[in-house]
Ligand binder design. Structure first.
Ligand code: FAD
Length: 409
């Protein structure tokens, strides 16, 4: 039997339960450190100032004007290669990097994509698999946003099955000789504005990564137009016609698909957080609209059917953020498995797009207008659902982990 508390015992004092916060119904802010909050607020403030006033216009025009200046500003914020260490990188925690992704994608998935590809794909590949000279040559200027990077894995005929890639690199003149690259890459974020392309190519030894300065003869990166998703993001084809590179252009520390897949794991982690940013903006727009839009003599938020939608959206949104935070803590502890990243990407992007679609219904006809952010986020998430591993690929990863049976082919 526990002893009875005395009149002066601290347990006799009623605990102070904070009031319900519609913006943070689970009290997830309590999980953050002061430093985490500072990172979140800085990135949120930057996006509010530099992206939100212009994003609908950029989206409508299908452009990301001033991308180089935006990259430099993101570099000054420390948001490029944010969770990498050394070489001018911030060395932030995985949770802080995740919070930054969430705040950037709350503005637009295109801005988060710029940062993800720069930091988690291009810079990550160099930091993890590059030589000391390659790191010194590229990383400090990429962290500062002076050089934009891209990551070329997907090809016109090869997407989910990169082991079948056709782009190839041949050595001329034996070991120590130049590499000559030929092939095509497709759907490459940042391609046309990049100063360096990380290109994955088949060699006699297996798949290798190459650092291709984009002014190398034979390299070109025409922009892909007519997208109805991620319109405020540069997406390009990479054309490699007899691109000749010195022997030391190859990333020396990795051979095989584990190279690109390791980078993709890092980028997918950021998407787990980022997608919840797009969902949060859409949820907030729907909540605001439901409180003020009147039909049948009262705000539509006063109808049970609208409240059911809002309640379900809030549950999925904050469950998703909680999941992202949990995975972030595991990444910081060095305990995050690729299957857990698949778990998070599968759930959070799928739920984010559902939240946007439901928000769209609450806004009625206004939901399809660029005056509101909902449809923009919903169409952006169509790309996010596909890139960095489609829903089906993550289901297959989890299915294999659960059953021990490989159903990929
Ligand atoms: P496919 O692989 O052809 O798949 C088509 C459909 O078939 C999908 O639904 C898929 O899930 C399904 N499918 C395939 N195999 C199976 C199977 N075994 N079982 C069940 N279903 C299956 N790539 C880069 O390398 N770098 C980038 O920077 C980049 N940025 C992108 C930006 C945008 C805006 C977009 C849209 C894409 C980008 N991508 C990038 C490409 C992206 O990663 C690929 O689109 C993605 O991997 C899917 O490949 P795919 O489009 O060729 O589809």
């Amino acid at each position: 039997m526990p002893a009875k508390p005395s009149a002066t015992s601290p347990v006799s004092a009623a605990p102070v339960v904070p009031p319900f916060d519609p913006g943070d119904p689970l009290g997830l802010d309590d999980l953050l450190t002061d430093e985490d909050r500072a990172v979140r607020d800085t990135v949120r403030g930057w996006a509010a100032d530099r992206v939100l006033p212009h994003i609908a216009d950029w989206y409508e025009r299908g452009e990301l004007p001033g991308i180089r200046e935006l990259a430099r500003e993101l570099g000054s914020l420390g948001a490029l290669g944010m969770s990498l260490t050394g070489y001018g990188c911030t060395g932030a925690s995985a949770v802080q990097y995740g919070l930054a992704c969430l705040e950037l994608e709350a503005a637009d998935s295109g801005i988060r994509s710029l940062v993800s590809v720069q930091g988690s794909l291009a810079m990550y590949a160099i930091r993890r698999f590059g030589s000391e000279e390659q790191k010194q040559q590229w990383l400090p200027r990429m962290a500062a946003g002076e050089i934009i990077g891209c990551f070329g894995l997907t090809e016109p005929d090869i997407g989910s099955d990169p082991a079948a890639m056709r782009t190839h690199a041949k050595r001329e003149g034996g070991s120590g000789g130049d590499w000559v690259l030929n092939g095509r890459k497709m759907w490459i974020t940042n391609g046309s504005v990049a100063g360096v392309a990380v290109v994955w190519a088949r060699t006699d030894d297996g798949i290798r990564g190459f650092l291709v300065p984009t002014d190398t003869p034979g390299f070109s990166a025409p922009e892909i137009k007519h997208k109805w998703s991620l319109r405020a993001s540069v997406t390009s084809e990479l054309v490699l016609d007899d691109v000749r590179l010195p022997a030391d252009a190859v990333l020396p520390e990795v051979t095989g698909l584990r190279g690109p897949l390791g980078c993709l794991s890092h980028a997918r982690y950021g998407i787990i957080w980022g997608s919840m940013g797009a969902a949060r903006t859409s949820f907030e727009a729907a909540l605001d609209y439901a409180r003020t839009r009147e039909q049948f003599g009262k705000p539509i938020g006063g109808f049970q059917l609208t409240q059911a939608k809002l309640a379900d959206m809030a549950v999925e949104l904050h469950k998703g953020i909680l999941l992202a935070h949990h995975l972030g803590l595991r990444m910081d502890a060095g305990r995050l498995r690729p299957e857990q990243i698949s778990f998070g990407k599968l759930n959070n992007v799928r739920e984010a797009i559902e939240i946007c679609r439901t928000a769209r219904t609450i806004l009625g006809a206004n939901g399809i207008s660029l005056e509101y952010p909902v449809m923009r986020h919903a169409t952006n998430l169509e790309s996010v659902l596909t890139y960095e591993g489609t829903v089906e690929m993550h289901q297959l990863v989890l299915g294999k982990a659960l059953t021990g049976l490989d159903a990929f082919r």
